[in-house]
Design a protein around this ligand. Structure first.
Ligand code: GLV
Ligand code: MN
Ligand code: MN
Length: 415
């Protein structure tokens, strides 16, 4: 009998619905559980309660990553853990599935292992990584990056939030500053189940994606400094207006991306100071998110952004400064894991497409230290990072079944 026969998908649906209510309020749509806020703490508390129900060994590391581990026979407890995971922090006004689906599906697989009465041949764990979204603290995928050795605990604790709080202080405040050094739990293999967050699977009507590549990501904050002056008295030729430069760069960047094969460019935040109707601003600040599955194309896009900034800054007489907030090269996932996902989907009679991930995920960080791969399920109309995010319950269950039997297959469990 396959391990997936022991799944109880209704519990996954209940837990997703429960988590979806944490971080809601009457004033805004969706839910907002930005990393290390009170809402994130409530989500974490609920997650830990669910991990305790399954008698898992719980570890919290020094950047706040939460692990629940199903222990094997004591003789095998020293072996690296087979890890399933994702995140439970969200963007602002988020959907219900981004991240939570992977974590709660991981719990469902551990529950199936319990129900089957199987003692796994090595530890099997679920993890919720801290600050995957990167909205409040940059870089994104921070918890998994620390596990992969890409950031030290000291550097993480010193990071400043967009609201100025420090990571270390906020982590302690919500009670999730553990003592374990990130990365000290050795990982055998890592699988992340996630909604696609794009339109490919939904458009094709294909229920499962086996993700072989994750595109590169470049985040920068651009600050353009000009001269504040009176909107009614300053002739156009005497202005040093950073808003105009920002607008020119943003429009040209969109045109540039449109002319490339695969580059995406997004300006998701924009502020002017002093932000008054009759004042030429002295500062424009905006963020740029560039992505491409090809590293050389991503480098080209970054260089193009710089040349646009220089060109328009010179013609308007303003100065420009860029801060790199995150920079991750494209990642190729472990071929043997991608193959297992395809095999399991075929055995279950579910159509599966191999594909590239457009979104960033914790799996791209863990891939630095352990074989990793991802399973995608469709997102209705490709919508995500929005309260309208939706995946059909049947697709959620198909993804869970594939995940479950992939785990069983990788562990060599026969029931
Ligand atoms: C993570 O959600 C991303 O920005 O891709
Ligand atoms: Mn996610
Ligand atoms: Mn996300």
């Amino acid at each position: 009998m396959p391990l997936s026969a022991f799944l109880e998908p209704h519990i996954l649906h209940q837990q997703l619905a429960h988590m979806a209510c944490i971080g809601t309020d009457m004033l805004s749509p969706g839910r907002t559980r930005l990393a290390l806020t009170d809402a994130d703490k409530l989500g974490r508390d609920q997650l830990v309660a669910w991990l305790r129900e399954l008698d898992l060994t719980i570890h919290i590391d020094a950047v706040g990553n939460i692990y629940g581990i199903l222990e094997p026979d004591p003789l095998n407890s020293h072996l690296p853990v087979f890890l399933i995971g994702s995140h439970i922090d969200t963007v602002i006004e988020a959907g219900a599935y981004d991240g939570c689906y992977g974590v709660l599906a991981g719990i469902a697989v551990l529950r199936a292992l319990h129900a089957a009465g199987t003692t796994p041949p090595r530890p099997v764990g679920v993890v919720a990584f801290s600050n995957e979204e990167g909205v409040r603290f940059q870089p994104d995928m921070l918890g998994s990056l620390a596990v992969a050795g890409g950031l030290s605990v000291d550097v993480v604790h010193a990071l400043q939030a967009t609201d100025s709080a420090s990571y270390g202080t906020e982590l302690a405040r919500i009670g999730y500053a553990g003592t374990l050094i990130p990365g000290s739990i050795p990982i055998h293999e890592y699988i992340e189940l996630h909604i696609e967050q794009g339109p490919i699977l939904a458009t094709l009507g294909t229920p499962i994606g086996a993700v072989h590549t994750l595109q590169g990501i470049s985040w920068q904050r651009v600050t353009i400094t000009g001269t504040a002056n009176h909107a009614g008295t300053t002739p156009l030729q005497l202005r040093h207006d950073p808003a105009v430069v920002a607008a020119q760069v943003i429009a040209d960047l969109r045109a540039y991306a449109g002319a490339t094969e695969s580059t995406l460019a997004t300006v998701g935040t924009f502020t002017l100071a002093p932000n008054a109707i009759n004042v030429i601003p002295h500062t424009a600040t905006f963020t740029v998110d560039l992505r491409d599955p090809d590293e050389s194309a991503l480098l080209h896009a970054e260089a193009h952004l710089q040349s646009l900034l220089q060109q328009y800054a010179i013609s308007e007489g303003v100065s420009v400064h860029c801060d790199v907030l995150a920079r991750f090269s494209p990642v190729i996932f472990a071929a043997e894991l991608v193959h297992t996902i395809q095999q399991v989907a075929a055995m279950q009679g579910i159509a599966c497409r191999s594909m590239v991930s457009g979104a960033g995920h914790d799996a791209q960080m863990i891939a630095r230290i352990a074989p990793s791969a991802m399973i995608f399920v469709p997102s209705r109309e490709g919508i995500s990072h929005s309260p309208a995010e939706h995946t059909d319950p049947a697709h959620l269950e198909a993804g869970l079944r594939v995940l479950c039997d992939v785990v069983a297959s990788r562990l060599g469990i026969a029931i």
